[in-house]
Design a protein around this ligand. Structure first.
Ligand code: LLP
Length: 426
């Protein structure tokens, strides 16, 4: 089993033991129990460095799309590295503040911002609202005027480009709820520029997530740059171009473009139109954290069956919702490589939750025994942040590793946490 793992080089085997940076994952599992999320700081910073290299010498701002993983210590890593944040709720803004992030580098996306959220974000002094509908423009203008403030805005364009990804995470097609239709964008800018509560500062676009081909990006950028030119020609000056997130990672055999290589191509397009004076913004989430994390889970029982064999583990769809929600693939590997010839079994790796949709991996060839600990790979993005207490299961602990040191950044939830704040009726 010497194939390169997703998440290498931070995650690698050494003397038969799966390591995270300089630590043995089996030691972390013993110390903190399972299920356990473990993140590599070096891996996050390396992913960020690929974008930074792509933007070297440019006016740019990387806004980490924190919905991918909003744990405070993860946000702190990116805040200290100079990132801003793409948020979608006021709860996320509070997390940025708690993690020491710079509120002026926050952009606020999402189709359904409430008036209360608009007010709080305005008073906090965020960098930009990414506005997603004509109705939102009017409400934001009204709220800003009521508060005696001016809201900096970008309009999110829906370029009608197919990102060729799972339909649930495709966002830039006409049938999706996101953004303002390409054909309506110029007129909407002209109207927004007249509204006294708004200050037009940029343009925004985000076409989907887990995109593994470069063509959709190139097409979307062309369509966006057409608009940038038309908006400038109509006398409205834009300061920044925000090209969203969406770059995919390797879960299995995907070969997504590297961030720096992709941006070299995208920048050529921007330069060819003479638009290099705009600040470039991006909103990557998954590509910064996805392969920087694993979820450790213990095998509870092996359950051979007539039609199917099951490997029942202590993590479930409440901890790792991506397979159940998107039929997503995550690699599953042992923490300790077996040297004996333990029999391999083709099995579905499933959790304890009472639904057949509660699976983590299908048809895996594993030499696992009860008590072994497995690593679910590529679990740094959209796992802990989407976890729940379904089936009244306490959520896992999280550990952040930096070289040879490990910090427990979130303790395992206790049973008492499950109903904290609830009351019995009279
Ligand atoms: N910007 C906006 C406006 C977004 O909606 C998203 C993700 C991002 C940036 C970051 O996209 P990324 O770079 O992470 O692809 N739960 C799903 C993914 C949902 C993505 C939602 N929006 C999954 O587990 O695959």
């Amino acid at each position: 089993m010497n194939t390169t793992l997703p998440g290498a080089p931070a995650f690698h085997y050494q003397d038969g033991q799966l390591m995270v940076e300089q630590l043995r994952l089996s030691d972390l599992a013993r110390e903190h129990g399972t299920p356990l999320f473990v993140y590599s700081k070096a891996s996050m910073l390396a992913a960020l460095a690929a974008y930074q290299a792509g933007f070297a010498g440019r006016k740019s701002q990387i806004c980490y799309a924190m919905k991918a993983n909003s744990s405070l210590a993860v946000l702190q890593v990116f805040a200290r590295a100079g990132c801003g944040f793409d948020i979608v709720s006021i709860g996320e803004l509070a997390r940025v503040q708690a993690a020491g992030g710079d509120v002026a580098k926050v952009i606020f996306s999402g189709v359904g911002k409430t008036r209360a959220e608009m007010r709080s974000a305005l008073h906090a002094g965020i960098g930009c609202f990414n506005v997603e509908s004509e109705a939102e423009i009017d409400v934001l203008n009204e709220v800003a005027l009521q508060e005696g403030l001016r809201a900096p805005i970008s309009i999110r364009v829906n370029p009608n480009v197919d990102p060729k990804t799972h339909p649930y995470i495709s966002t830039g097609l006409k049938g999706n709820k996101f953004g303002i239709a390409h054909e309506r964008t110029l007129a909407t800018y002209q109207r927004a520029a007249q509204l006294p509560g708004l200050k037009v500062v940029g343009i925004d676009c985000h076409i989907g997530s887990q995109i593994t081909e470069e063509a959709p990006y190139l097409d979307a950028l062309d369509r966006m740059l057409d608009l940038v030119e038309a908006i400038a020609a109509s006398g409205i000056a834009l300061e920044h171009i925000d090209f969203g997130g969406g770059l995919g990672i390797q879960y299995q055999a995907e070969e997504p473009p590297r961030a720096d290589a992709l941006w070299a191509k995208l920048l050529q397009k921007i330069d060819a139109r003479g638009l290099q004076n705009h600040t470039l913004m991006i909103e990557p989430g998954r590509s910064l954290v996805g392969n920087a994390g694993v979820c450790l889970t213990e095998v509870l029982f092996m359950k051979p069956g007539e039609q199917k064999n099951f490997c029942i583990v202590d993590a479930a769809m409440n901890d790792l919702p991506r397979p159940a929600m998107y039929q997503a693939f995550h690699g599953i590997v042992p923490l300790v490589q077996t040297t004996d010839s333990a029999p391999r079994l083709l099995c579905d790796v499933v959790g304890p939750v009472c639904e057949s949709g509660d699976w983590i991996g299908k048809d895996r060839n594993l030499a696992a025994r009860a008590g072994d600990v497995l690593a679910v790979m590529s679990a740094g993005a959209y796992c802990m942040s989407m976890s729940s207490n379904y089936n009244s299961r306490p959520r896992p602990a999280e550990v952040l590793v930096d070289g040879a040191s490990a910090t427990l950044i979130r303790p395992r939830e206790q049973i008492s946490d499950l109903f904290r704040g609830e009351t019995l009726a009279a």
